[in-house]
Design a protein around this ligand. Structure first.
Ligand code: SAM
Length: 330
């Protein structure tokens, strides 16, 4: 692409497309001119990317993306690239599928591809898609990679695994435990681990019947753990050993799970010598979050962490995400 502004616009559209940003929020108008050459560049860098053909985005999202572009060009009376029609015809002929992938392209040249479901709730769980609190926390992690260097990290309620994978792949930790409790979520978590850090010596493990899969990235071991918060006890923590940091995103939404979540965190602090719990929440309901903060605040010290600006990731800012640093009052 000849013009630098157009090239930046293309990069941003590509990033938005890859993580399924709603099509109506994409700013095509920033291109100086949507010529046939620019349209071909858009197609080649989105729909026709090798990684997208291999790990496809939601089909209806891709069709909407192209339809929106076609409508815009028709409205402008612009010539339309053959590639646009060809790709639209190809996508229309494909069968629908709920499983699809999102591609998170990060500044440091590392990409994370996650298998996700299109629905907010599927199979009785909210854990099969990545939520904005996880995306915002991943941005914070990338701005603070050294925080996790050489540390052992446990993620509670990992869902699709974005936060734990960002830590595993980009922060040089000592070990990372991704955890959840729902069978479909755990299966997806294992798939996402293998997809992003899979290697020949990945092992199936069984310790206290909780470890499901272990992979290595550089010299860091990344585990998937079947870990309902209700089951975090002294015996389990002693088997796990020392943990430095616990992280969690979007686990504060249902008052009935506050008690087991707080008790699990207490146990991890007490028996695994955890020093810090970094929690990212979406404030959908002020009362729910306040209630949780007052419960956990009676046992721990809570400080706000400033949510970083969007650089690597894109997320909706309403309702707002809040990130907390939770430590023991000593
Ligand atoms: C809203 S999702 C958030 C997933 C992910 N952290 C994210 O932000 O994208 C909540 C996650 O917490 C998990 N969860 C809920 N209750 C749990 C419990 N008692 N023990 C362990 N995990 C639990 C769910 O299975 C689900 O994956």
């Amino acid at each position: 692409m000849q013009n630098e502004d157009d090239s930046n616009t293309l990069n941003y559209i590509q990033k938005q497309f890859l993580c399924n940003t709603p099509v109506k929020e994409i700013c095509w108008q920033n291109f100086s001119n949507l010529t046939v050459t620019v349209q071909d560049e858009i197609i080649n860098n989105t729909i026709r990317l090798d990684s997208v053909l291999k790990y496809p985005l939601n089909l209806s999202y891709q069709k909407t993306f192209l339809k929106h572009l076609l409508q815009l060009l028709e409205k402008q009376g612009s010539a339309i690239s053959d590639a646009l029609y060809e790709e639209y015809a190809r996508l229309v002929a494909l069968p629908n599928n709920n499983i699809n992938f999102k591609h998170y392209w990060l500044e440091k040249g590392k990409n994370i591809i996650l298998k996700e479901d299109v629905h907010l709730i599927c199979d009785g769980t909210t854990g099969l898609r990545t939520w904005q609190a996880a995306i915002a926390l991943s941005e914070w992690v990338l701005a603070n990679t050294t925080h996790f260097t050489a540390k052992t990290v446990v993620e509670l309620g990992s869902g699709t695994g974005l936060v734990g994978l960002v830590i595993s792949l980009l922060c040089k930790p000592q070990a990372v435990y991704l955890s959840d409790c729902h069978p479909s979520v755990l299966a997806t978590l294992c798939d996402n681990l293998k997809l992003n850090v899979g290697c020949e010596n990945g092992k199936n493990c069984d310790l206290l019947q909780r470890f499901i899969v272990k992979e290595c990235v550089n010299s860091c071991e990344v585990h998937v753990l079947n870990l309902p918060w209700e089951d975090v006890c002294r015996e389990f923590c002693q088997t796990l050993g020392q943990v430095d940091v616990v992280v969690a995103a979007d686990v504060v939404y249902d008052k009935t799970i506050f008690e087991p979540l707080i008790s699990a965190v207490e146990c991890l602090f007490k028996y695994c010598s955890v020093k810090q719990f970094i929690l990212s929440c979406t404030e959908r309901n002020e009362d729910t979050l306040d209630k949780f903060l007052s419960l956990i605040g009676s046992k721990f010290k809570i400080c706000d962490i400033v949510v970083p600006p969007q650089r690597n990731f894109i997320w909706t800012e309403q309702p707002p995400v809040k990130i907390f640093n939770i430590t023991k009052d000593t």
